[in-house]
Design a protein around this ligand. Sequence first.
Ligand SMILES: Cc1cc2nc3c(=O)[nH]c(=O)nc-3n(C[C@H](O)[C@H](O)[C@H](O)COP(=O)(O)O)c2cc1C
Length: 330
Amino acid sequence: MNLDTKYLGLDLKHPIIAGASPLPDDLDKVRALEDAGIAAITMYSLFEEQITQNMIGTEAHLGSYENSFSEAASYFPEVDLLERGVEHYLDQLAKVKAAVSVPVIGSLNGTREGEWVNYATLIESAGADALELNLYFLPTDIDESASQLEDRCIRIVEAVKARITVPLAVKLSPFFTALPHFAKRLAAAGADSLVCFNRFYQPDIDIENLDIRPMLDLSHSHELRLRLRWLAFLSGRIDAQLAVSGGVHTGIDAVKALMAGADAIQVVSSLLINGPEQVQEMLDEVNAWMQEKEYASLEELRGCMNYLRCPDPDALERANYMRVLKSWRS
Ligand SMILES: Cc1cc2nc3c(=O)[nH]c(=O)nc-3n(C[C@H](O)[C@H](O)[C@H](O)COP(=O)(O)O)c2cc1C
């Protein structure tokens, strides 16, 4: 089965790519991913906080990020971000790019307006074939309204877009007041793809030591359902590609995401749990399923269950809420 596809202007042999994770920090793991057949690799993020620290050279500054930094740092349980600065990131990106022939997507992660967006240019210069901008944040400012917050995100996207020539993906959270409208604005601001979605790492309370404990749990397939719904709503309705991130563990998960409208399938937890061999497992499952159901191409499958094309679009909306509640039998 030919699973060739184009994502972010890149020719991919199939849509399964490695999402942002610590794997590219180890070149052996990067090569193992390529050997296992991955179609593209996303770098872990370079964080606004790292860049700002690099620019002003003071650790004290990090204090002003409070929780946002511990949230971000929880991505890297074993790596000290503060010691691994901007240069290491760019250097590692160049090494990853030299080590494999599949496309490499850089990742920039920030939420405030500022000079850090200039590093998008450096990521491109270090060899990234495309850039993913992760707008990972918690709206904790009691004085910032939803529309102010969205405007800020749009300005960041425009600023990053203006600094690169490679395609731009924007990774976002599902928690926007009016997600479809915001998605449309992101596309107009220059996002070539939207990555749906960030997972939120919810810290726990350590009741013995009266401390906040950062928690990083890997995902489960059931988390895909939130993504399926929003992919289905956005597919074919905005001028940007769509990638799924969160809850894709099997080939059947990938089939569902494709049906909902995903152009690319990002996988992280499943690779961390099962190793790079999982890529082939997933591809075999997608191939077998498509053959059994006589799908001739990826295009035939893609978006066939999106909001515009599925047989019962109401089931994606409020009507489904009513039906689901009424379907309960003790
Ligand atoms: C250990 C780990 C590190 C991660 N690091 C990053 C990162 O640096 N930047 C980013 O945008 N996402 C990062 N993520 C989030 C993943 O890219 C992905 O969005 C999330 O894990 C959901 O996908 P999954 O269900 O396939 O794991 C990380 C996830 C894990 C588990």
